[in-house]
Design a binder for this molecule. Sequence first.
Ligand SMILES: *Cc1c(COP(=O)(O)O)cnc(C)c1O
Length: 339
Amino acid sequence: MNPRALRGAELEYGRFFLPGPTEVHPEVLHAQTRAMVSHRGEASQAFMRELQVGLKRVFVTERPVFISTSSATGLMEAAVRNAGRTRVLSLVNGAFSKRFADIARACGLAVDEVEIPWGEAHDPEAVAERLRERSYDAVTMAHSETSTGVLNDIRTLAGVVRQHDDTLVLVDSVSGFGAAEVRPDEWGIDFLLTGSQKAFALPPGLAFGVASERMMARAATAPNRGVYFDLVTFAEDHDKDQSPTTPALSVLFALEVQLERMREEGMDARWARHELMAEMTWGWVDEMNKTGVGLEIVAPPGFRSPAVTAVRAPEGMTGPEVVDRVADRGWLVGGAMES
Ligand SMILES: *Cc1c(COP(=O)(O)O)cnc(C)c1O
């Protein structure tokens, strides 16, 4: 690890630009210093009920929002364990959508992939064709593919998958949620998952999932859903305003504050603000090009994530060099993913 990457702690607020963890507002950070409480009993149940009100608002859903004390990868495993019986189709266009396929395989499922070049977005028609060739229990996909900055059109893709009654739509919106519009109920997403530390702008430690009724019906008969990520258990505990195991309480305290901040801003305004920030970034790259620096945005116009912009380093300079030189000027940006 580059020691300069640890500089985050010394930076003034507003200069920390990793895709995740993202910078956390001081007010949200501070909420974590609250004293511990029991995670059982009436007070904690009231707290959990209140969190659900805020969570449903930001996830634009009427469904329960499951809170998992894990990183987002835990709920990627939950997605395939609860939805998969024998075979899934994975839409791969970068490192995280590839990870989704790998997790499904590791959980004992047969996995077919629609793999397109990294940096491109999935074509709904090509996916429709694959779904006509064979039946699948579920289709996995990434909303905002953090490794390339590509935003897949999950709304249209979900519509295509939904033509097949028995095929569930599983969406990793880890870097998408909180920055890009997402409406799981309206768009027919059977399982939408995200983590706390990307555009949710919370510390790491929690993951969130919204499961459709179809997903819960499938989970009830899923042969291999395990223990920690059993969505049936999540639903049962949700109904009692509890969590299955001891939750990361400090991050829940931060969540309470962040949900209030998001309520004040409004999700439409939040999405618009991220779009504007992304456009400013893309505009800067265009400006640099005009001066002959030779930068290139990986994702094509129309399929760019409002949360993450991946830029190819100019000729003759490596990614880590760029990161270092930006750090020397007092800003922290992420380098390429090390795989
Ligand atoms: C960060 C990220 C993940 C993994 O999240 P963890 O919380 O580290 O498990 C998965 N998918 C995408 C698109 C991500 O950006």
